[in-house]
Structures are given as structure tokens and as C-alpha cells.
Design a protein around this ligand. Structure first.
Ligand code: 5GP
Length: 194
């Protein structure tokens, strides 16, 4: 492997599509794929570790990084109280230079922008729920959103599905094992060239 072989595996999808569970299962199967750590203004949750889950920074620091062009892409994520999330250019470039593969969990628009910024080095994967009913059921079951928030998310779904067509691949997450296998096939082909 040459140092230029590092790949960016961009993953996005509507909330409730089971993105996180699928990512964890894939990373377990491919231990040399590292999770890309973003910067965010969101407060740290108790179980989260600085530099492992995120670089937690203030809004002022975030705005300074935008101004200094240190972020490849960034978004205000409305479903997260308008907190800011972004990908550090230096972080990505240093990983790629070392031939590291990174998995980036981004919001949908961020995923599209990331692919545009690194078209040759990235493979983008959109995680879809099996149906709109299924996603609504998952959101209700998860219990973290109020009925009003669930309605807002559901209203946004058609537009999000449309944006999902801009990704290189779409995986329907109806069954976790099948989705992990689909993801594995994509990685074998586009990342490991097997
Ligand atoms: P959470 O706050 O639950 O960790 O994640 C909030 C959302 O922000 C998720 O949908 C995640 O994919 C997205 N996100 C995390 N980091 C970034 C980033 O660097 N850029 C963009 N555009 N979205 C991000």
C-alpha cells in the first residue's frame, strides 16, 4: 500500500435509518478503518471522550476556524438545536497522507460537500430506511423525540431521500446483517480493491 491509498468513507442518512449501529458493525469488521473526529459546538455527553468522539469547541472557536478556512465542510445541524459540526482539513489531510482509511459520519449535506471536496479519495454511502413507516416507528420507539419533532423529521424525509441519490451508493437498512454485508462488498471493491 502506498501512502496515497487512504480513503474517506462518507456515511450519511436520515435519522432513524440505523446509521450508527451499522457503522459500528462495519468498523468492527474492518479494524483498520478509523472514525473521523469532527469539531462541534454541541456540549459533550457524559460517555463521550474529547478527541475520540469529537473535538468540543466553543462557537467563537468554531467561527474562527471557518474564517481561517480550516474546515473542509461544516453545517448547522437543525435537529441538534442548531449546533455546528465540521470536518478539519488538517485532520483529513494528515490521515490520507499516512494512508489511513477514515469513516466520516456526516449529515446529508455535509456528506455531499465532502465528496465534492475529495472526489477521488472518497466513497459515499447513503443509509436508507426500508420505508417511511419503518423510520417513523424507529423514531417513536427510540423515544428521544417529541411527536412534534418526529413530525418535523418525517416532513423533511422526501427531500433527504432525494439528496441521497447524489451518494455513490445507497444501502437499504432493513436487516442489519444484510446491510453490513452490502457495506462490506462496497469496501472490498472500492477501498481494498479485492
Ligand atoms: P450527534 O450530535 O448526535 O453526535 O450528531 C449530530 C449529527 O451531526 C449527525 O447526523 C452527524 O452525522 C452529524 N455530523 C457529525 N460531525 C459532522 C461534521 O463534521 N460535519 C457535518 N456536516 N455533520 C456532522
Amino acid at each position: 500500500m502506498t501512502p496515497s491509498d487512504g480513503k474517506l468513507i462518507i456515511v450519511a442518512g436520515p435519522s432513524g435509518a440505523g446509521k450508527g449501529t451499522l457503522e459500528n458493525a462495519v468498523m468492527e469488521r474492518f479494524p483498520d478503518i478509523h472514525f473521523s473526529v469532527s469539531v462541534t459546538t454541541r456540549p459533550r455527553r457524559d460517555y463521550e471522550i474529547e478527541r475520540k468522539h469529537y473535538f468540543f469547541i466553543t462557537k467563537a472557536e468554531f467561527l474562527k476556524r471557518i474564517e481561517q478556512n480550516e474546515l473542509v465542510e461544516w453545517q448547522e445541524v437543525y435537529s441538534k438545536n442548531g449546533h455546528l459540526y465540521g470536518t478539519l482539513r488538517s485532520y483529513i489531510d494528515s490521515a490520507l497522507k499516512q494512508g489511513e482509511h477514515l469513516l466520516l459520519d456526516l449529515d446529508i449535506k455535509g456528506g455531499i460537500n465532502m465528496k465534492k471536496a475529495y472526489p477521488e479519495q472518497s466513497v459515499s454511502v447513503f443509509i436508507k430506511p426500508p420505508s417511511l413507516e419503518a423510520i417513523e416507528q424507529r423514531l417513536i420507539k427510540r423515544g428521544t423525540d417529541s411527536p412534534e419533532q418526529i413530525k418535523i423529521r418525517m416532513d423533511r424525509m422526501p427531500e433527504e431521500m432525494e439528496l441521497g441519490q447524489q451518494f455513490d451508493y445507497q444501502i437499504v437498512n432493513a436487516n442489519l446483517d444484510d446491510a453490513v454485508n452490502d457495506f462490506t462488498e462496497i469496501l472490498k471493491r472500492d477501498v481494498y480493491h479485492q
